[in-house]
Design a protein around this ligand. Sequence first.
Ligand code: ADP
Ligand code: MG
Length: 370
Amino acid sequence: MLSEAARGVSHVEFRGVSKTYDGRSYSVRDLDLAVRKNEFLTFLGPSGSGKTTSLMMLAGFETPTSGDILIADKPVTHAAPHKRNIGVVFQNYALFPHMNVAENLAFPLTVRKYPRSDIKNKVDRALDMVRLGAFAERRPAQLSGGQQQRVALARALIFDPVLVLMDEPLGALDKYLREKLQYEIKRIHAELGVTIIYVTHDQSEALTMSDRIAVFDEGRIQQLASPADLYERPASAFVASFIGENNLIEGTVLEAAAGLSAHRSACGATLRARHAGEFPAGRPSILSVRPEKVSLMPQPGACDNVLDVKLEQYMYHGDHLRAVFRLAGGGTMMCKVPDARPLGQARPGDVLRVGWKSDDCFAFPATRAS
Ligand code: ADP
Ligand code: MG
C-alpha cells in the first residue's frame, strides 16, 4: 500500500525525528508522524513528554538531532523559520506591547512586504474574524487575556499560512473563556480549511477539538487515533488512564483467545476482558474499565464481571452520582451512575455488588508501574 505521503495527502511528516538537548537524554524519540491536509491534529500528553519540542522543530526554532521533517513533501529540516510560512500561537500571547492591535496584526504582512492597501483590508478582515473590530486602536495591555489571545490567533492567520501551530494557546485562560475560544478556533479551522497542529495537556480540550490525537509520553507517540477510538479502544494502560477516567485493576492472565481473555484479579475474582495481540497465560496484566460502564447492583446475569466491594463514599454531582469502593485485594474503584436509586439505604462500610461487561473492559500487559 502507498504511504500517505506517496498519495500526496499528507501535509507534514516527521520521519524518525529524535532530539536531545544534552546529548544524553532524549526529549523526542524516533518520531514518525504524517499529518493530513486540513487536519486538526492535537499533541496531547503530560508535561515534559516532548510536545513543545516536536512543535518547535516543525516551526524551525529547534533542530532535530536526527531524522527529517517534510512540509508538502519537501524537506525543511534545516530551513529557517520564516521560510516555512507557518503561523504560530503560544500560550503567553507574545504580542508587541508598544503596538496597538491593528499594528500587531499588520506586522507579519509588513515584514512580508505586502502592499499598504492589502494590509489595511487584511487587518480589517482579521479583526472581524476574531470579533475584535472595535479594538483596533487598543494596546495589548488594555485588553483582557482572552482578547489578547484572539489577537495572537488573528496574527498567526493573517498572512494566509496553510499550516498553523498552537502550543497551549488557551492554557492561561479561565475555563469559561477557554471553552469559548475552543469554539472560535474550531469555527476558524472549518472556515479557512488550514492544517492545525495543536498542543495541550488537557484531555477534554483534545477530545472536543481534534480530528486525531497523538498521545505523547516520554518523547514517543503512544497512540495516534480519533478521539472516539482513543476513548473506546485505548492501546495501552497509559492511554486508558490518561484519556478520561478509568479504573485500573491488577491481575494475571489465566487464559487468552481471539481477543478475549480471563484474568485472576488481585482481589481474587476472575475477570474477563478484551485485549489486542498475544497475551500468554501467567503474564501480569492491568484491566481497565470506565466508571460509567460499572453498574451498581446489576441484575443477575447482566454482567460477566462481578465483584463484591465495600462502599467507601459517594458524591452527588447533580447530573450523576459517583460512588467509591474499596477492593478486597487493596485499591479502590469508582462507579458513575445516573442517580442514587441502586445505592438504596447503603452506608459507607456496607458491601455491595458491582458489575460490568467484558466488552467494556480492556486488558493490557503490565509493562511498568501504573
Ligand atoms: P512538553 O511540551 O510535552 O511539556 P517539552 O518538549 O517542553 O515537553 O520537554 C520535553 C523534555 O525536554 C523535558 O524533559 C524538558 O525538560 C526538555 N527540554 C525542553 N526544552 C529544553 C531546552 N531548551 N533545553 C534543555 N532541555 C529541554
Ligand atoms: Mg510544552
